[in-house]
Design a protein around this ligand. Structure first.
Ligand code: ADP
Length: 501
């Protein structure tokens, strides 16, 4: 750390915009380095060199540097490629085609790749090897989700005495506690960790290796992506079996809301839209709606309220609730467009629902960033009936696009959406609490009462568009957490375990 307090940060993630994306983690890992760099810090991002990066022709060059990783006496090497984000943030790409040159990042609609333990243990170990090989000596290593949880354990268990990591603070961010990187114990040889950490206090979890737990146990500080979720995961309902550990580490657990990258998500400048618009000139939004209806082939009477949904098709996102509520939603006069990709059973369910909707439900099973932007802009309402939602980005984007969110009051959805009160004209959306079709439908009916009804319709859209979730505020909070982590790593904070039960 320099005298001015400038930090050297090494950030490891399994995805980041614009290189590779399956969900919100990519948005965060693409935007946070930029926000930290804008605040004067020295940040380097490390990613696997996936096939999609090569195919997208993103500029990258071979550094000629190789890093060795020894697995059970066999040495595998990765080649380091160098790229940079458009603000100049350096990006190291770990190239090992046998692991990363595939059609998808983690698996297909049929399931996860069978060698994910090896792929991401290798990646984590290569991150550590890269720092040593390049002599990076970071103040902070910031890891995200199970794919890089092992890095924290390696730093604290294996590399403690290495001069490159003297005083390095490890920060671990949980983007989704439900994905833990659970693998059978025969994979211990992939981790590079000694067997004595395969205990309940270490990385063992009901007889398996848990890579997310590795991050939680060994990081100096832990963050998750909203305040509400940081509380929810300390309870049995959303703690996924790790609630006890998280509650014990609550002094080191911080909820920092994700920001939105308004350079990418702003209707005033969005290149993907049929027309651009601002809070004071909303005419363009009507053109975006026409364009969206055309793309989905929906032929609706003028003035039909239209809702949008974009997201991974997984249990978490509430598609079962949507299916149960759909007849009621259509009866209430709503039309709906959905873009998503994920589990095969949801693909089938949604195609089936679309067929029976008399042309009022449009479904596209794809990952399509341009269409995601068009939905944010062209819809009147945005639906997120999630079972749980660590932060959720689409509701934050929809606010900026004047697309009124209707959400379940959980996690980051509860932290970012406030219920509209016609009496005061305050609020930016609609919320419901019980995970039932009735409660969901109730919120939608409430929301439809103000559709194009003035002054409420103008008021709520203005309130929504005025919300500011810029990254700078979140970056300041990360800075605070980084400093705490460094203090702890250098022995100045609470003793490891001193504040734990
Ligand atoms: P999660 O990380 O749980 O998937 P988030 O709401 O945090 O959900 O972030 C999802 C991000 O991924 C958003 O930027 C969203 O627009 C994008 N996204 C998800 N599914 C798709 C898709 N099928 N096509 C395009 N973008 C998508």
């Amino acid at each position: 750390m320099t005298e001015e307090g400038k930090l050297k940060i090494l950030m490891a993630s399994s995805e980041a915009v614009p290189y590779a994306k399956t969900g919100g983690l990519a948005d965060v890992a693409g935007a946070l380095p930029r926000a930290l760099r804008a605040r004067g810090h020295d940040v380097r991002l490390v990613l696997p060199y996936y096939g999609c990066i090569r195919k997208a022709n993103l500029p990258a060059c071979d550094t000629g540097i190789s890093v060795p990783v020894t697995i059970s006496g066999r040495t595998e090497t990765a080649r380091i490629w160098e790229s940079a984000m458009d603000d100049g943030t350096p990006v190291s790409l770990i190239r090992k085609d046998g692991y990363y040159d595939r059609d998808e990042l983690y698996g297909t609609a049929e399931g996860d790749y069978h060698d994910n333990a090896e792929r991401f243990c290798f990646f984590s170990r290569a991150v550590v090897a890269l720092a040593k090989r390049m002599g990076i000596a970071p103040d902070i290593v910031h890891c995200h989700d199970w794919q890089t949880g092992l890095v924290c354990a390696l730093l604290k268990v294996v590399e403690r005495a290495h001069p490159v990591f003297a005083g390095t603070g490890a920060v671990f961010t949980i983007h989704n506690l439900a994905y833990q990187g659970l693998f059978w114990h025969y994979d211990m040889h992939l981790t590079g960790l000694p067997w004595n950490v395969f205990t309940a206090e270490g990385i063992e979890f009901y007889g398996k290796i848990n890579l997310l737990k590795a991050g939680i146990v060994y990081a100096d500080a832990i963050t998750t992506v909203s305040r509400r979720y940081s509380e929810e995961i300390q309870g049995a309902e959303l703690g996924c079996g790790l609630e006890g550990l998280l509650a014990r580490r609550r002094g080191d657990l911080h909820g920092i809301l994700n920001g939105a990258d308004y350079r990418q998500w702003d209707p005033a400048s969005d290149p993907h839209l049929a027309a651009r618009y601002t809070p004071d000139a909303l005419e363009g939004k009507a053109r975006c709606k026409e364009d969206l209806l055309r793309l989905f082939g929906l032929n609706l009477p003028p003035g039909t309220p239209l809702a949008g949904m974009v997201g991974r098709m997984a249990d978490q996102k509430g598609y079962d609730l949507l299916a149960a509520a759909l007849p009621g939603l259509l009866d209430a006069g709503l039309a709906l467009v959905i873009l998503g990709k994920g589990e095969e059973r949801y693909h089938r369910l949604l195609r089936h629902l679309a067929k029976g909707s008399s042309g009022r439900l449009g479904v596209k099973i794809a990952f399509d960033n341009a269409l995601a932007h068009k939905i944010e802009a062209g819809a009147d309402y945005y639906l997120m009936p999630s079972r749980y939602e660590p932060c959720g980005l689409n509701q934050i984007y929809s606010l900026r696009y004047g697309t009124v969110p209707i959400v379940r009051a959980v996690g980051g959805l509860d932290d970012t959406v406030s219920a509209y009160a016609p009496a005061t004209g305050e609020g930016n959306g609609f919320k419901f609490v019980p995970y039932t079709a009735g409660a969901f439908l109730g919120a939608v009916r409430e929301a439809l009462k103000i559709f194009e009804r003035e002054p409420h319709w103008t008021r709520i859209r203005r309130n929504a568009m005025a919300c500011d979730f810029s990254w700078d505020r979140s970056a300041r909070e990360y800075e605070r957490v980084y400093r705490e982590a460094i203090l702890r790593a250098r022995g100045g904070g609470r003793g490891r375990g001193g504040d734990r039960a």
